[in-house]
Design a protein around this ligand. Structure first.
Ligand SMILES: Cc1cc2nc3c(=O)[nH]c(=O)nc-3n(C[C@H](O)[C@H](O)[C@H](O)COP(=O)(O)O)c2cc1C
Length: 91
């Protein structure tokens, strides 16, 4: 009989672990869905399951795909700045 898990499932890795362990066939969300209506899309992104934003509504996905290179660049620059700060900060 198919079963679903519900209750304090809050992030993608946690949900995926429940499914991978065979503890449930389906994940249900209550309050997390109120907090973040795009939770399934964000979870897919966190798991690398939708790199091209193809699961998003087309009108969203087109813009998110255009945003991706700039976002990757900004994150790389922020990480490099953090590394630089660590290397140069006094002990
Ligand atoms: C807005 C909302 C409506 C809900 N309606 C029902 C319902 O009709 N029947 C039910 O069994 N549980 C209902 N629940 C409880 C959820 O199914 C779930 O058991 C509970 O919220 C715990 O999961 P969560 O930590 O993901 O919120 C509802 C929860 C929320 C937030």
């Amino acid at each position: 009989m198919p079963t679903q898990a519900v209750g304090m499932i809050v992030d993608a890795q946690q949900a995926e672990a429940v499914l991978a362990a065979g503890q449930a066939d389906l994940i249900a969300l209550g309050r997390e869905a109120l907090f973040d209506p795009y939770w399934p899309h964000h979870a897919a992104a966190a798991l690398g399951a939708d790199p091209g934003y193809q699961r998003w509504p087309v009108r969203h996905g087109v813009w998110l795909a255009k945003r991706a290179p700039g976002l990757a660049r900004a994150r790389a620059e922020a990480a490099a700045a953090t590394d630089h700060d660590k290397e140069t900060s006094p002990q």
